[in-house]
Design a protein around this ligand. Sequence first.
Ligand code: DC
Length: 234
Amino acid sequence: MGKITIAIDGYSSTGKSTIAKELASALNYNYVDTGAMYRAITLFACENNCIVNENIDHAKLIDLLPKANLKFQLNRELDLSEMFLNGKNVEQEIRSMRVSKQVSKISIIPEVREKLVSMQRKMGIDKGIVMDGRDIGTVVFPNAEFKIFMTASPDIRASRRYKELISKGEEVTFEEVLKNVRERDYIDSNRANSPLLKAEDAIEFDNSDMGLKEQFERIHYHALQVIEKQKKNA
Ligand code: DC
């Protein structure tokens, strides 16, 4: 009882998923990383030759879409859920630069969004969920009780992402990562269908100069207040 829906939206590499995961764990809520779903469809498009010379064959992908079976599965050892595409664990592959370079273009396609938004709404039907993405507070759960919109400067975000990719052994340059961050910001914010937007009732969080601990404490505090209020009103 008293469970709420928490929507965390924002630009790429603002640390949404780290905060969302911690928050879900502290509240004993489910966590859903919707970016992983768009990334998995992108990998599916790559593997099924729907991307040729950086161009997306929309018609082919839309035709094949019913064959893309996505599933989050809990890895008990790591205590986190991992993305499976047609039965295969693709958690690592979907984070690669190959996928990052195409994912915003795939996310534009209305049929892709329809399929994923419908899955996301089903996952959140019982509340008690922290979901992160770009359109959670605006489109997926416009009635979410608690909404956060995270931002940070492109340089800071690219630097965080660069370190993460290097630590995983990817051969990338900082400039390449910064270019990707800027391109995704542009496409995500300017697409016609569900663009990245701060919901009117979302709390904006610029974490350019804020450590993880402080961010978590502030967001956790807010969330507990909203949950308390919800319980009183129930
Ligand atoms: O959160 P992320 O960087 O892993 O997301 C990857 C891409 O997926 C992002 O550039 C835009 C897209 N996306 C989206 O369009 N809507 C969402 N709810 C989540 C992600």
